[in-house]
Design a protein around this ligand. Structure first.
Ligand code: DC
Length: 221
C-alpha cells in the first residue's frame, strides 16, 4: 500500500496557516493537524504542574506522557480534557515558544506527528513539518506575510492591542528562527506563498494548485 499523502504547511505566527490549513484539509477530505497546538498543550500542562520551563528532562517526560487528541478539526484535548480555548491564552503562547526549544519535547511530539501522518492523509501545519518531521512530504508550503499584517491579524483574533502583539510576536519569531533544534526555515523544495496581499480564498486556491501539481490530483493515497 502507498503511504498517505502529507501536505506540510510551515511559516511564522499570523501568516494565516491555521485558517488556511483547516480549509484546505476540508476541501481535500484530509485530516487537519495543528502541530503548534501540541506544543501549546505541553506548555499548559507544564504551567499547571508548576514545572520549570528550563527543566528539559521533566518537560520531555510530560511530552511523552501527554495524551493529545484532536476532536474534529478544531477541538484539542489534553489527557481527555478540552483545552481548546485555554491553549490560546497569551501566557501559554509564550510558554509554548519556550517549551518548543526542548529537544526531548520536539522528539516526543515528532514521533507522535509521524505516527498520525502514517495512518491517514493529513494537512499538518507548524514550523518544521516540511523540514524535519516530514522531509519527504508530497507537498510543502511556506506561508509568509509582512510582520505588520501578521500582528494585525492576530490582534483581530484575540482583541489585544496591535503594538503589544507585534512586540510579543517578534520575540517569538526570533526564538523560533534561531533555536538550534528544528528552527523555522523554508525547506528548499517548499513553495513560497506570501499572503500579505491575498484573500484567504486566494491563498487556499494557490495551495490547492500546488497539491494538484504534486499529487495525483489531490488523492490521499
Ligand atoms: O503555531 P503556534 O503559534 O500555535 O505554535 C506555538 C509554538 O509552538 C510556537 O512558538 C512555535 C512552536 N512550534 C514549533 O516549534 N514547531 C511546530 N511544528 C509548531 C509550533
Amino acid at each position: 500500500m502507498r503511504k498517505p499523502v502529507i501536505v506540510a504547511i510551515d511559516g511564522p505566527a499570523g501568516a494565516g496557516k491555521s485558517t488556511i490549513a483547516r480549509s484546505v484539509a476540508r476541501k481535500l477530505g484530509f485530516t487537519y493537524i495543528d502541530s503548534g497546538a501540541m506544543f501549546r498543550a505541553i506548555a499548559l500542562w507544564a504551567m499547571r504542574a508548576n514545572v520549570d520551563l528550563d527543566d528539559l528532562h521533566k518537560l520531555e517526560q510530560l511530552a511523552r506522557e501527554a495524551r493529545i487528541e484532536f476532536d474534529g478539526d478544531s477541538r484539542v484535548l489534553l489527557n481527555g480534557e478540552d483545552v481548546t480555548a485555554e491553549i490560546r491564552e497569551p501566557e501559554v503562547s509564550k510558554a509554548a515558544s519556550k517549551v518548543s526549544i526542548a529537544p526531548g519535547v520536539r522528539r516526543a511530539l515528532r514521533e507522535e506527528q509521524r505516527r498520525i501522518g502514517s495512518l491517514q492523509p493529513v494537512v499538518m501545519e507548524g514550523r518544521d513539518i516540511g523540514t524535519v518531521v516530514f522531509p519527504d512530504a508530497d507537498v510543502k508550503i511556506y506561508l509568509d506575510a509582512d510582520p505588520e499584517i501578521r500582528a494585525g491579524r492576530r490582534a483581530q483574533e484575540t482583541g489585544a492591542a496591535v503594538s503589544e502583539i507585534a512586540r510579543e510576536m517578534e520575540e517569538r519569531d526570533q526564538r523560533d528562527r534561531t533555536r538550534s533544534e528544528a528552527p523555522l526555515t523554508q525547506a528548499p523544495d517548499a513553495e513560497y506563498i506570501d499572503s500579505t496581499e491575498l484573500s484567504p480564498e486566494e491563498v487556499e486556491e494557490a495551495i490547492l494548485r500546488v497539491v494538484r501539481a504534486r499529487t495525483s490530483n489531490g488523492q490521499g493515497h
